[in-house]
Design a protein around this ligand. Sequence first.
Ligand code: 13P
Length: 252
Amino acid sequence: MSRKKIAAANWKMNTTLSEGQALLTDLLAHDLDQGTDVVICAPFTHLATLAAQTESLDNVSIGAQNMSQHDKGAYTGETSADMLLAVGVSHVVIGHSERREYFHESDELLGQKLRQAIDKGLVPIFCCGEGLDIRKAGTHVDHVITQLKTSFASFTAEDLSTLVIAYEPIWAIGTGETATPAQAQEMQAAIRTYLVERFGADMAAATPILYGGSVKPDNAQEIFSQPDVDGGLVGGASLKADSFSAIINSFS
Ligand code: 13P
């Protein structure tokens, strides 16, 4: 089964609305490989505008970087799945390491957010990854599989038919230090093996697993050519149209 090739941008807390519109306009002016699905995960204030800007494009989608696990109600400052869907958002990042670290989002909470995304029909980009101490201790595979096991505890293969996973080693995020292609492949193969055991071969074969952490135009091709790497979740290099378009076009 051939999986989707995905280049997802995570703009994080960067750009004002007008800067974001200009960045997207610039990106779309590039010659982009039509075989790659592009997802732009932008700040909440940009989502409606960027979704309207890309409405007619089949291979460009807009994603949120977070959302509430709750349906609606007295949760000041939160954004619901229905609110995202109503403005044309199709994807949502769940469990980014910055949310886990700075906002104390636990594996259990992220399981609730995942449930909400799936029930509402948003495509989840579910992040996992280990810190440097865990990598140095050699327990990185166990750590990441435990994150997934805990968050996925109540799900079936059918529930997770739209799931996208992003493996992002924390030591490689924004540091300029990229996992080697072999390190990315080792982890992503282990994730796929876990998916086979837990959800079956069909679900595992259909689930795109992205790599994130200092993906740049000069390393994307080698990383994306690994058998279990189906694309990237890109932070810093997605903030320049030239570099992100080069990454989008890095699938061989
Ligand atoms: P960088 O590409 O800036 O390392 O960020 C990766 C990331 O966190 C994407 O979600």
